[in-house]
Ligand binder design. Structure first.
Ligand SMILES: [Ca+2]
Ligand SMILES: [Ca+2]
Ligand SMILES: [Ca+2]
Ligand SMILES: [Ca+2]
Length: 248
């Protein structure tokens, strides 16, 4: 029985009260955190829609996709040569101007920051981190792709140019069967979400190759996944280029 009037709270009573207050706070704060997280994820979905439109618009105007902006810590000499500046939001071509490739490379692809200044969009995700971007260089350089007629002057790619980026349903290191969700992807944008986890699924998005994972939000440690990725469909990109009469 509580004994407030005579001697105040006993330690046990105080512990019980604190326990109950703790339960109440947890009951309020956990749903609040979840709803903040959900609203951040919705915000990023909207950002992605806008970024996709600006990438397509950039391609219509310039006949190619932009190169990435060299990220902080980029070691490639080309990242600070010929007028290129690391982490300024402006795309970095290999020669500092409009060149024959991008300054940062992942095999045949280029990966770095989303070039947010070049595109005129916000460059950070709702968690305050810089959005990442990988592009197939065949779609971002000034070389007109051959082997597919008709090639179009001033267009970096043609109607049947293929791209190398692959989106799959699980990480290479997870040891389970992998299915591709999309292949022939010319560009992908990604955010590491709330946590930079070391699960086999999240590592697939930061291991510097041309394969990425897209899967449902999942907080189980071994397969943890709160990243958000968005990719440009080659068919949407090409059909918009045709509609704008940039490609035949
Ligand atoms: Ca730059
Ligand atoms: Ca090209
Ligand atoms: Ca993550
Ligand atoms: Ca990968």
């Amino acid at each position: 029985m509580l004994n407030i009037n005579k001697n105040g709270f006993t330690l046990i009573e105080l512990a019980i009260v604190l326990f109950i207050v703790g339960l109440l706070l947890a009951g309020i704060l956990t749903p609040m955190a979840t709803s903040v997280e959900q609203s951040r994820r919705s915000t990023l979905d909207e950002q992605y829609d806008e970024i996709e439109e600006t990438l397509i618009g950039f391609a219509i105007v310039n006949g190619r996709l932009p190169c990435p902006d060299c990220p902080l810590g980029a070691a490639a000499a080309a990242c600070s040569a010929g007028g290129n500046v690391i982490n300024d939001g402006i795309e970095d071509q290999s020669n500092g101007g409009i060149g024959d490739g991008c300054a940062v490379g992942v095999t045949t692809n280029a990966e770095g920051n989303l070039p947010w200044v070049t595109l005129g969009v916000g460059g950070t995700d709702p968690w305050g981190n810089t959005l990442r971007y990988q592009v197939d260089e065949a779609f971002a350089d000034i070389d007109v792709e051959t082997g597919c007629a008709p090639a179009t002057a001033n267009a970096s790619f043609s109607i049947c140019t293929t791209a190398g980026i692959i989106i799959q349903d699980t990480g290479d290191a997870c040891g389970t069967a992998i299915s591709n969700i999309a292949s022939d992807v010319p560009a992908v944008i990604y955010s590491q979400g709330n946590e930079t986890a070391t699960s086999c699924n999240e590592l697939e998005n930061t291991d510097g190759d041309i394969r990425f994972v897209d899967m449902d939000y999942n907080l189980t440690a071994a397969t943890y996944y709160d990243d958000m990725i968005h990719w440009l469909s080659p068919f949407v990109l090409k059909s918009r280029m045709v509609k704008a009469e940039v490609l035949p």
